[in-house]
Design a protein around this ligand. Structure first.
Ligand code: DGJ
Length: 731
């Protein structure tokens, strides 16, 4: 039984294959977080500390007992204002203006299926999978606030999901000022925090730091999960490595503002929380109204970071991503953005398609610039009608011609935006987000549309539907190229603007749900200036996301390394682009660009008509190689063999088939030395007893040798050379 309540101990035990999570209801009805970690099968409340501690108050219910303090005990859902001074998960402003609620146990229910969340993405259960739900209801009898803590236990996946619903049962209005999706308390103190920060063109950069006294937080208040921080953090023991030691992941399945905070308290306890955050958030609830905090995905591994990543990879692949492209091989695509930018004609696209067909590419994506008046990024957004100057024969004929060349046809949209210079803006300036009476804030010369409004959402669904119905369009790239600012909506009362950011995301999810369910055969790719909204919330609707606008193969190594901690390879849109690279001017061999891009949903983003025949032949070989390794790359287990932040000389990674019979090892030399020193790297995940051979070679290697002693780093005479090794088990 994955969820068990011991009446005698008053402890909830949530167990997965390798982890255990405990909540204790103590004698006063407080829900205390007693444990998360390796299986122990023991009521861990014996570690609770009851001491008389100065300046840590004692709730009235304990009488004169000075040893009982919520400021010291580990809380399942800590609240601001009631004597716990660590960072809270919940902040409530009551009807009378006071803060805080005292939550105590009310009831619970255990269900043999996964809960769902209305209007929000939530991980799902596959048939035959053992998943159960704990609904733990807490209540404050004075403010009449009900808090329902939801837990989804995915036993075989070693994942526990959490979400929270707060309901105002009182007669007066209350404001929710903060409502985390999950909060965890640990008695340990020597934690490291691993997080993924960045910027446009350089997302999800790995950083590991040791937790000091005080609080460390990451987050976004840009309206998107952002390039700057990813809604995913890992806590680990300080000695944890890729393959040894305890580590805990917290990922938010949400695409908007978020905050993750890790705090080391005065008594060296650690509290980690993740949720929507409180900046710009003030959610008013009238009698009977509820707020649901988005889902958090938690996982624990006793065997280091790579196993933790595998939990997330398998979970996102099979319990988050939906639709037919979850399992089906996705087409190798060619995108015209870096080939032409806005300067293309119908004929140019057909020429690209023809040459792409010749090398085995399967889909042409027509990027930005095909609609309205759009010859630069200063105009046209919102006018989703084909530009007949560029595409004189219309979308249908273009798609049909591309299809005749043997390729599928895909198209770019940026539905959440409007240009000032557009018919849409001229007709409906009130649809864009701006504060009345204040000058607007342009970014990329555009405004954001008010997705909190039903009329705006309906208009967009209608406009996109018209385009998708007008031609054989089999792929959509959903872009979003600015952050939100000076938010305001005519659809909201003045006191309701603290709901804006969340309602925007709910509006986005509604539109995505309507379109993706109406077009199940269309592959949707997410994008926000590259990976500015790369999160599990978007992956629920778009099975892949354009990883970064930085297509430089060497920079991608670090981006892919950071991304790989939480997200599986197939979620990474990954393209070979031209050299000199458009972002860095770096020149790398075509082979290297191919090998790096193949660790993702693969494609090209260059003017193929300008390649020499020799280059086209090489591209044809790459496409063939990718297709032949597709199952391995997208279903296998991904191992980081080096950390590109520590190893200057080379970056290596490996994908191992689930039966361990096959592995693809990739390596890029990132620095060339004179008279190269000897270097060896060790493989992972193989069967030590098995004999492996390289393709086309007789020589044999035991799995044990490849993992214990390793494989030589090839000597090179030129920077940025790349290598792959495909080992297969001897029959
Ligand atoms: C940003 C995207 O990340 C690019 O790939 C491209 O689609 C441009 N927008 C188009 O404006």
């Amino acid at each position: 039984m994955a969820i068990r309540f011991s009446e005698e101990q008053q402890v909830f035990y949530l167990t997965t294959q390798q982890s255990e999570y405990q909540i204790k209801i103590d004698q006063y009805g407080h829900a205390l977080h007693s444990y998360y970690g390796a299986k122990v099968d023991q009521d861990m409340s014996y570690l609770f500390s009851y001491e008389n501690r100065g300046f840590s108050g004692n709730p009235d219910v304990v009488g004169k007992d000075r040893t009982y303090s919520l400021d010291v005990l580990p809380q399942e859902y800590p609240v601001f204002g009631m004597g716990d001074y660590r960072q809270p998960a919940l902040e409530i402003e009551n009807h009378d203006g006071s803060y805080g609620v005292e939550l105590t146990y009310d009831s619970h229910e255990i269900k043999m299926e996964k809960y769902q969340l209305e209007g929000l993405p939530a991980a799902y259960q596959n048939s035959g999978e053992s998943v159960s739900t704990l609904e733990l209801n807490l209540y404050d009898a004075i403010s009449k606030i009900k808090v329902q803590l939801l837990y989804g236990v995915f036993e075989e996946k070693d994942i526990i999901t959490r979400a929270v619903t707060i309901t105002n049962m009182g007669s007066g209005k209350v404001n929710v000022l903060k409502a985390d999706s999950a909060s965890l308390d640990y008695a340990d103190k020597d934690f490291d925090v691993i997080h993924f920060h960045g910027r446009h063109n350089m997302e999800r950069q790995y950083e590991r730091l040791s937790l000091k006294n005080g609080a460390f937080s990451i987050g976004s208040h840009r309206g998107t999960s952002s390039h700057q921080h990813n809604p995913f953090i890992i806590l680990s023991d300080s000695e944890t490595t890729e393959s040894h030691g305890n580590c805990y992941g917290m990922m938010l399945m949400y695409s908007g503002n978020f905050l993750a905070t890790i705090e080391k308290s005065q008594y060296n306890q650690v509290r980690a929380g993740i949720g929507i955050g409180s900046r710009g958030f003030r959610y008013s609830l009238a009698h009977g109204e509820s707020f649901t905090a988005p889902e958090a995905i938690l996982s624990y591994s006793a065997n280091g970071l790579e196993e933790l990543s595998h939990h997330y990879h398998q979970f996102i692949q099979k319990n988050v991503v939906r639709g037919k492209f979850r399992d089906q091989r996705r087409p190798v695509l060619i995108n015209n953005w870096e080939a032409t930018y806005f300067d293309f004609t119908e004929q140019k696209l057909i020429d690209i398609a023809r040459d792409a067909a010749g090398v085995g590419i399967e889909l042409l994506v027509m990027d930005d610039g095909w609609f309205g008046k759009r010859d630069s990024d200063t105009s046209g957004l919102g006018d989703w009608q084909v530009n007949l100057e560029k595409i004189p024969n219309g979308l249908k004929q273009l798609a049909d011609t591309v299809n005749k060349e043997g390729l599928k046809f895909g198209i770019w949209f940026e539905p959440e935006m409007v240009s000032e210079d557009s018919d849409m803006y001229r007709k409906h300036p009130e649809w864009s987000i701006n504060i009345p009476g204040r000058p607007g804030i342009r970014s990329r010369d555009q405004y954001v549309l008010d997705f909190t409004r039903q009329d705006v959402r309906d208009h967009l669904v209608g406009a996109i539907t018209e385009v998708l119905d007008s031609a054989n369009i089999e792929y959509v790239k959903w872009d979003m190229n600015r952050s939100l600012s000076n938010v305001f909506s005519e659809s909201l009362e003045s006191h309701e603007h603290g709901k804006f950011y969340h309602l925007y995301i709910l509006g986005l999810y509604e539109v995505l749900e309507r379109l993706t369910s109406a077009y199940p055969d269309v592959l949707f790719e997410g994008c926000s200036g590259g990976g500015g909204r790369f999160d599990a919330g978007m992956l629920y609707y778009t099975p892949q996301i354009w990883t970064s606008d930085d297509t430089d193969a060497v920079e991608r190594l670090r981006i892919q390394h950071g991304t790989s901690f939480g997200y599986p390879t197939r979620t990474n849109g990954s393209h070979v682009s031209a050299v000199p690279n458009h972002q860095t001017s770096r020149i790398t061999p075509l082979n290297t660009r191919g090998i790096v891009a193949m660790s993702g949903s693969f494609g090209y983003e260059l003017d193929i008509t300008k390649l020499t025949q020799a280059e086209k032949d090489e591209v044809a070989e790459q496409v063939e190689m990718f297709k032949s390794y597709y199952n391995l790359i997208h279903e296998g287990l991904y191992y980081r063999l080096t950390n590109p932040w520590e190893n200057e000389s080379f970056t290596a990674w490996q994908i191992v088939s689930n039966d361990k019979k096959e592995t693809l090892v990739s390596l890029v030399r990132t620095r060339q030395y004179a008279n190269d020193p000897i270097a060896i790297f060790r493989l992972k995940g193989l069967d030590p007893q098995q004999i492996y051979q390289l393709d086309g070679e007789e020589k044999e290697y035991t799995g044990a040798a490849l993992m214990a002693s390793g494989w030589p780093v090839p000597q090179t005479n030129q920077e940025y050379q790349a290598f792959t090794y495909h080992f297969v088990c001897k029959e």
